[in-house]
Design a protein around this ligand. Structure first.
Ligand code: UN1
Length: 503
């Protein structure tokens, strides 16, 4: 059987004749076959979303949220099952597969709960007889393009708030995780969301590109790679009526100062570097460690990186599952090769796992283990400036004060996430005030943000926050509404309201 698109309230094959398979990255098994959407399918979905706008906007925010509450309960009720689906399709170990589903229902809860919260601002006016308000209105049709590494949570980052606010959506899930896309679309269908309000087209970059450049899309929400995100932002910039909110990757760093608690430092670094096999946009690939602690930190970090459990992701004892796909393993290998050239020393090289390390029956998985190296700091090294999106970690020793550490930390084109490990509040506050990142942590890993926080980056890591709480800015217009309660018109700024005539 071939899974279909969900357009205008119907499951359809669409216009295309090609199909594609979803594969389990841990063992290569085929999980399902899916229709590959064409630009025509995207156009049909956008037309449906456009037609559905008026009816959807005529509902109250609270009534729109009712559809999402159904989904909230379903996500919770099916936690274990869906966690396993995430793990099978994207390779994250099972606690992470389940956390993805938890993050999804938390986002739905935030969005649907927010429907009952006051919205907009009451704003003072210079003129006592005037009432001024800021009101929010939906932007219209929102196009959502989501990545494979959070195949359930990130779609809800994009869509939950967009829908409650009164937008209709056209969504393209990542081509690596269409099964998660299918299940989410089934949830919307089961919740009885009106036809055309939610549309899903399975497919690849050509389908995504049509979402981005279509005139009837009002906002594009994109989470994914920097290359694609830049293209999205550029295309959207050509159309003044359109908005893009993009969240891309990072070359995230953790600063371990001479005042750090080493247990916290090692724990936070291991979590940040190797959870999700380094495939979070917030994963850390640079550990910037003060010379006073460097040797001990190195020894302890290396010991764990040598032994961290890379194994069957469905097994609860596993720490790292496989990488998403063979092409991604190649990318990681390429960067490991670059680092071999650039590094002072390679400390851990589990690029190729031994046969005894690969779980039985998983020989066709996309296995890659930790790679750790130390460099003599040089801002021109590719290995410490380009995002790998894998378990590829540089140790960078620094001497001097926190200012120096933060200088190295900020010396990347990216600015998504980072952490400082220190027991000295002055160092922590210096980092807080000067680190060029959207998500900054003290004495914690630089992963694991909660949905009620703003989530997004500075510099090349993105703009416009297509995620979590802050997505509301990308999917709403703000109207400044002013009402005069007087019979006379009086203007602010001392502007005369007199009408002078020649008579
Ligand atoms: C991502 O890294 O691609 O903060 C998303 C976190 C998760 C989301 C990560 N809440 O680690």
């Amino acid at each position: 059987m071939t899974y279909q698109h969900y357009i205008n309230g119907e499951w359809v094959d669409g216009d295309g004749t090609e199909t594609f398979d979803s594969r389990n990255p841990a063992n290569g098994e085929t999980l399902g076959t899916f229709q590959r959407g064409t630009t025509t399918d995207v156009e049909a979905a956008i037309a449906a979303a456009d037609d559905a706008e008026d009816e959807w906007q005529s509902l109250s925010r609270i009534d729109r949220a009712e559809y999402l509450w159904d989904i909230y309960h379903e996500l919770k009720d099916r936690h274990q099952e869906l966690g396993e689906v995430v793990t099978k399709e994207c390779g994250k170990e099972i606690s992470e597969g389940k956390a993805d589903v938890t993050e999804a229902w938390q986002m739905v809860e935030w969005a649907a709960g927010d429907a009952r919260h006051p919205k907009g601002d009451v704003v003072p006016s210079e003129i006592p007889e005037k009432d001024a308000y800021m009101r929010r209105q939906p932007r219209g049709v929102v196009g959502c393009i989501t990545p494979w590494n959070f195949p359930v949570a990130i779609p809800f980052w994009h869509m939950a708030v967009a829908l409650v606010e009164g937008n209709t959506v056209v969504w393209k899930p990542a081509e690596q995780t269409p099964w998660c896309g299918q299940i989410i679309a089934e949830m919307f269908a089961d919740a009885g969301i009106p036809d055309g309000v939610f549309n899903m087209v399975q497919g690849f970059g050509d389908a995504g590109a049509r979402i981005v450049d279509h005139d009837d899309i009002d906002t594009v929400l994109f989470t994914g790679s920097a290359e694609v995100g830049e293209e999205v932002a550029r295309t959207v910039a050509d159309d003044p009526g359109k908005l893009a909110a993009c969240e891309m990757g990072g070359k995230n760093g953790i600063v371990v100062t001479e005042k750090a608690d080493l247990d916290i430092a090692v724990h936070a670094a291991v979590m940040s570097s190797f959870k999700t096999t380094g495939q979070r946009c917030v994963s850390s690939e640079r550990l910037i460690v003060h010379e006073d602690l460097y040797d001990e930190f190195k020894q302890r970090f290396v010991e764990i990186a040598e032994s961290v459990a890379v194994d069957d992701p469905l097994d609860e004892e596993t720490f790292m599952g496989p990488a998403i796909e063979p092409a991604h393993v190649e990318k990681i290998q390429t960067y490991n090769d670059i680092a071999r050239e650039e590094a002072e020393n390679v400390l851990v090289d589990r690029t190729e796992l031994g046969d005894d390390e690969i779980p039985d029956g998983h020989e066709d998985g996309n296995w890659v283990g930790p790679f750790v190296y130390e460099v003599d700091y040089d801002p021109d090294l590719r290995s410490i400036t380009e995002e790998v999106f894998g378990p590829h970690v540089a140790l960078i020793e620094y001497s001097g004060d926190i200012e120096r550490a933060v200088e190295i930390h900020n010396d990347t084109p990216y600015g998504l996430a980072g952490a400082v490990i220190s027991e000295d509040y002055r160092q922590i506050n210096y980092y807080r005030d000067n680190a060029e990142v959207g998500l900054a942590y003290g004495n914690l890993p630089c992963i694991g943000a909660e949905v009620q926080l703003p989530f997004g980056g500075m510099k090349k890591s993105g703009n416009g926050y297509p995620s979590a709480r802050e997505v509301i800015e990308a999917v709403t217009e703000r109207t400044a509404w002013t009402l005069n309660n007087s019979k006379d018109i009086e203007m602010a700024q001392g502007l005369s309201a007199d009408i002078n005539t020649d008579e």
